[in-house]
Design a protein around this ligand. Structure first.
Ligand code: DX5
Ligand code: ZN
Length: 218
């Protein structure tokens, strides 16, 4: 059966001076989510935006906001990102004092919850909570910057986790993030990913709608 692939364009590669326009373009696209990369300059070596900017741009989006938090001490910020309009809140296990509590907190805020694994983080970090989450975000680059090269080794994690999710009939999406293009998208899809994040591949050559369509049908 052909698995329905979702596309989550990362606005990290969009034009930050024209975010309203960039968000509106995605409204008319085949994108399923808007992937919003929040970076704090500590957990990763780059700094993007926080709740006030997300709140402003959320108003223009007809697509759910898939907010990827790459920030230290994440527990104290969950409420702000929820209020700003995140629909999915994804966190890294290293950034919370207690992953279980953080997951419950996100759910209590009425949001879908994701857990993200960096390339060097083992699946053991997520296995104890896999039946409590909605989305598993497998990083296929070390987070921080768009335009990096895909790390094929992480596909092993995608395969193991997707088999587990299927065998146990869990309702968990597997999203992959970093270095996704037509070729790596095919590999990720084959390994079991069903949501593809793409920054560079979507925003290249001013052909956002076409690029999204190509990824969706790859
Ligand atoms: C990496 C971010 C990604 C990134 C993807 O730190 O989490 O979402 O923007 O960009 P590309 O698709 O260019 O690798
Ligand atoms: Zn991301």
């Amino acid at each position: 059966m052909k698995k329905n692939i979702k596309i989550a364009p990362s606005i990290l590669s969009a034009d930050f001076a024209n975010l309203e326009k960039e968000i509106s373009i995605l409204n008319n696209s085949e994108a399923d989510y808007v992937h919003v990369d929040v970076m704090d300059g500590h957990f990763v070596n780059n700094l993007t935006f926080g709740p006030p900017v997300i709140e402003k741009i959320r108003k223009y989006s007809k697509k759910p906001f898939d907010v990827h938090l790459m920030i230290k001490s994440v527990d104290q910020y969950l409420e702000s990102y929820s209020k700003a309009g995140a629909d999915i809140i994804t966190i890294h296990p290293e950034t919370t004092n207690n992953l279980d509590n953080a997951i419950s907190k996100i759910k209590s805020l009425g949001k879908r919850v994701g857990v993200s694994l960096n390339p060097d983080v083992s699946i053991d970090k997520v296995l104890p909570v896999i039946n409590k989450i909605d989305l598993l975000l497998i990083m296929s680059v070390y987070p921080g910057f768009a335009g990096q090269k895909f790390i094929p080794d992480v596909l092993k994690k995608v395969k193991i986790l997707s088999e587990k999710i299927n065998n146990e009939n869990l309702n968990v999406e597997i999203e992959i993030d970093g270095g996704i293009n037509i070729d790596t998208a095919k590999l990720a899809k084959k390994a079991g990913a069903n949501v593809l994040v793409a920054g560079t591949a979507v925003y290249s050559e001013n052909k956002v709608l076409e690029n999204i369509k190509l990824l969706k049908n790859c």
